[in-house]
Design a protein around this ligand. Sequence first.
Ligand code: BGC
Length: 573
Amino acid sequence: MSVDSLLTAEAVDPAFATLTPVHRASTAHGWWRSAVIYQIYPRSFRDLNGDGIGDLAGITAELPQLAELGVDAVWLSPFYRSPQRDAGYDVSDYCDVDPLFGRLVDFDALIAEANRLQLRVIADIVPNHCSDQHVAFQAAKAAPANSPERDMFIFRDGLGPEGTEPPNNWQSHFGGPAWTRITEPDRQPGQWYLHLFDSSQPDFNWHNPAVHAEFERVLRFWLDRGISGFRVDVAHALVKAPGLPDWGGRPDGNSTDGFPGQDAPMFGQPALHDIYRRWRSILEEYGPDRILCAEANVDPLPRLAQWVRHDEMHQAFNFPFLHAGLDVDRLRHIVTDSLVSLDAVGAPSTWVLSNHDVVRHASRFGYDGPGPRDGDGIGPSDPQPNEQLGRRRAAAATMFMLGLPGGAYLYQGEELGLPDSTSIPGSLRQDPAFARTGGARIGRDGCRVPLPWRSSEMHAGFGAGRDPWLPLPESWSNLARDKQQADPASHLNLYREMLAQRSTLQLGRGSLAWVEDYCSHTSLGYLNGSTLVVMNVGTEPMPLPEGEVLLRSSAADRNDPLGSGETIWLITS
Ligand code: BGC
């Protein structure tokens, strides 16, 4: 039976006709509703000029590989002018390309190539904070207290008779206090400024209309250059509660599972929604196809749904899904909750397993006991993940994810099954979290290591010049793209096939009903249209469901029962 003939509802096995759908297929317009968006981390993608750091020309040169992989769009992490204290998330000029990555003409060439390949491009925008080298912050430091220049940021007098104590008890996400005291132009110790991240990343004051105007200008600048939208960095943090009250929860505002406390004064303030309504209206001036995606670490899911109401953002990252790991009870709950909560506001769900801030899922799943804490990384002296196990389970989890209705985000290198690099010496680590905690937190460098492209070339084909900014482990030449292209059973070819089938079967636009026969404490099964997806994370094999097998996450034991750490897609017949 051909896959095309199975796309109709009639093709559903009558045995499943009575299932209760959690989510029905959508006919709403909008490319993003089912898109697979591939995150490019520019400094680690491809180094064409040989300086050891990836660049825009390198991205342009390899875009055909991504079109061939079958993704719909790419999201570029920041490439703007920046001192690179937080790998570009410390922006000193929002409307220019950092010379490390090229020039504006290189950006234009990237867009032209993406257009030719029918790939959309989304840029990262960082509105919560800038770099301390930004002209506005330099001007604020040079101006007196209570001046319009200082009012672009969050300056306050310190506490205590000499003002020697920070204005409140907030802590930086990267460790240490969230306040730094400046030396005033008269050389006296002066006011303090707020930085939820590194001290080189001062937070903007979003109670000031001038900040709104500046970011509206930035949005238009990149929209005019042809981008399809923005991923909005720490979108939940821009507005702080009036009076900046002390916070009694975890110092960085998060609860113990990594999500913001419901009433944290630095997160999720109601006035944020007006900002994104305004941004949405600006995007709509450019037509219906430009999108906003929130990096909003907001829990629970019904609360996250408020971010994607019809006149706000189009999408929000589903971090609860990422953090659920392979806990099937939790996964089932989160998938159901996501679809139901987002359906209630007419928004698509998104799914994601890896990004530049967390240990790659091929490493997270390589532990039998508890793995690393997200954001903390894995160091050389930590218990090491089992690479083979991790890669196998990562394939299974990705296949579970890509069968779900909604949009999906992939992080560069996951299609190669890359693990985190755990052997980076402390002297080469660049994540500010490592330095700010004296190495107590390993940080995120392990998931940011440059990509291996061509096994026989210098630095596995990342760049033919200076040593890459982080070393590629030697074993990665075996994972290089060219080697995997030549191997039909490779992780890369599994991704290519998953994306092709997902598109043919229109799974991103599809429906979802849990199939209880395949749901247990170690397995999950759901039906999307005519496609049955079953994931087994238990230690025992499961009997194979009946039907025409489309794909299995491990091609090696195709004829066996569904093994441990495996997912299958099949057409019920
Ligand atoms: C980005 C991080 C960055 C932080 C501060 C995040 O959410 O994804 O990489 O360090 O924002 O900009």
